[in-house]
Write a protein that binds this ligand. Structure first.
Ligand code: TEU
Length: 552
């Protein structure tokens, strides 16, 4: 694990929507190279790029047809090597997205597997004579019938994403060899797609739910990750983060505890389900603020106590934009985006920021289903119609929940296609690109962008951000999230007001250690008068640091 892991900040790039060097409808690797000076200025340490391998793009690259080759739409291996070298020169490491729960059905292994039950590659996938009741995460049965052999193959995602059989040791070796290929090229880390789903219950049991209990954090997943560590990570300085679907705290401690030699850290999604009414994603919902605090607080304390390490994030390519979701995308867009940034970056873990988050990009308010591209959203729309909603009602849900909310092109400047390209992009731009863009944010020292840059710099300056113990002071408050981070030598106080109404707050006695002094490190309004009682303004955010007058 890299030494800088606890001070590092990762920036996530969705290459298809980041920047098109060749001025085409989709972004490319040279487009990322073009933007490296900007990313270095921002101060990020790693770039995680979502998949750019050869792929039929049914799921935008999460359906890999060749792990060793770059999809020509993104460029060449030479472009990738240039990106690695140019990033390294700026002190930035490149993290690849490894998708090995499944491959595309166009992958050579699957093509071979179709040749018959005796084929060597048949057992790289999961075949059954009869399906069970497991459901695909993209809707419908998780089993697809293959008429030649009369068997069904498992696909937890799209039909064209066939699940790999990790029980097969030769499959595991093939995966590790592929990962070593990229590690040997000099990548700095890996993000592992839905890696906690790779071990399925060998009995393929059923219950009255969608089957997730039988493959989530499955029976051999830790064994497989320890083997991956021995075969790929050991002896290399790699930052590794597992994307964990519907996981538990106990498992995430195990996945990320350094002594277990599995991964550096984990993503989990519990805090992003607070706007799923009764656990249902495809329903309109207001978010449960007290629930959000409770979940984040439990994970802060639990991972700290258990010796695990969190990946911190509000946004990624699968989630709606956070300023639309937990902030105010209207009048208070700038202040609420800053508040959300500070609230997250004050926590223990490694922060990830997703392209466009640093300029407060918002959901683009899709009007028509024809504007969308995402397979999950298109399926969901059909299911919503089938369930009896009319088109307008179904669109209202898609507008709030779709993954395409975060996939619109990055907004660089106020030119026709926002500096993303000179061609009409593959997914439409948000209407606000004329004023919400990087060029405008760079020019304004008070912008959300400059605020993120300060937060990133603070993480490197103050060890308490990495080490401090977390305590929430307002677990039940309907709009305030106040927490401290405390180490022997320092303490942080983070005050976040999730709302526009006036709100006063008084710090309880005894929170500030006797004889310590304070400095205000960051705020989204001019500094308030000195004292430990505040009249908070809409979406107010304050970050204080305390330290002993004489160091202990
Ligand atoms: O996502 C895993 C995943 O299950 C979710 O984030 C999913 O998109 C969401 O819960 C559906 O409601 C990963 C990738 O990040 C995603 O883009 C891929 O589509 C998916 O795996 C399959 O590879």
């Amino acid at each position: 694990m890299p030494e800088n892991m606890k001070q590092a900040v990762v920036y996530q790039i969705y290459p298809k929507s980041f920047s098109s060097h060749r001025q085409q409808a989709t972004g490319d690797l040279l487009g990322v190279v073009d933007r490296l000076d900007y990313l270095a200025w921002l101060g990020v340490d790693y770039l995680w790029l979502t998949p750019f391998y050869c792929s039929p793009q049914k799921d935008n690259g999460y359906d890999v047809s060749d792990y060793y080759r770059i999809d020509p739409a993104y460029g060449s291996m030479a472009d990738f090597e240039l990106l690695l070298a140019e990033a390294r020169q700026r002190g930035i490491g490149i993290m690849l997205d490894i998708v090995v729960n499944h491959t595309s059905t166009e992958h050579a292994w699957f093509r071979q597997a179709l040749k018959g039950r005796d084929n060597f590659y048949r057992d790289f996938y999961i075949w059954r004579d009869q399906p069970n009741n497991w459901q695909s995460k993209f809707g419908g049965s998780a089993w697809a019938f293959e008429p030649e052999s009369g068997q069904y193959y498992l696909h937890l995602f799209d039909q064209t994403q066939a699940d790999l059989n990790w029980e097969n040791p030769q499959l595991r070796q093939a995966v590790f060899e592929m990962m070593r290929f990229w590690a040997d090229k000099g990548v700095a880390g890996f993000r592992l797609d839905v890696i906690n789903l790779i071990s399925k219950d060998p009995a393929f049991s059923e219950d009255d739910s969608d089957g997730r209990h039988f493959y989530t954090d499955g029976p051999r997943v830790h064994e497989y990750l320890q083997q991956m560590h021995r075969e790929v990570f050991a002896g290399r300085e790699l930052l590794t983060v597992g994307e964990m679907s519907s996981t538990s705290l106990a498992h995430c401690i195990d996945y990320s505890h350094p002594e277990r030699r599995e991964l550096s850290m984990t993503f989990n999604f519990h805090h992003l389900k607070v706007d799923y009414p009764q656990g249902q994603k495809w329903q309109l919902g207001r978010f449960d603020f007290v629930g959000l605090k409770r979940i984040l607080s439990d994970w802060q304390q639990g991972m700290h106590a258990g010796g695990g390490w969190n990946a911190l994030f509000w946004c990624n390519h699968d989630q709606p934009r956070v300023v639309s979701r937990f902030g105010d995308e209207g009048q208070y867009r700038q202040v609420s985006a800053k508040m959300l940034a500070t609230a997250l970056h004050g926590l223990q873990g490694t922060p990830y920021l997703y392209q466009g988050e640093e300029i407060a990009m918002a959901n683009p308010a899709f009007q028509h289903i024809e504007e969308l591209r995402d397979v999950e959203s298109l399926n969901a729309y059909q299911q919503l119609l089938a369930s009896g909603l009319d088109r307008a009602q179904a669109m209202a849900v898609i507008r709030q929940k779709s993954r395409d909310n975060s996939r619109t092109p990055m907004q660089w400047d106020n030119s026709r296609f926002a500096g993303f390209s000179q061609t009409q992009p593959w997914l439409r731009l948000a209407d606000d690109a004329g004023h919400i863009n990087v060029a405008a944010a760079l020019a304004d020292p008070d912008s959300v962008l400059h605020h993120y840059r300060r937060l990133i710099a603070l993480r490197k300056q103050y060890p308490v951000l990495a080490d401090g113990d977390y305590r929430c002071l307002t677990p039940e408050h309907p709009s305030l999230w106040v927490y401290t981070r405390r180490s022997a030598a320092e303490m942080l106080l983070v005050i976040s007001h999730f709302g526009a109404e006036a709100q006063s707050y008084r710090l309880p006695e005894g929170v500030i250690p006797e004889g310590w002094q304070a400095e205000l490190l960051l705020s989204n309004y001019p500094a308030p008068p000195a004292g430990w009682q505040w009249q908070l303004r809409p979406w107010h955010s304050l970050l204080y640091r305390f330290y002993p007058v004489t160091p202990p």
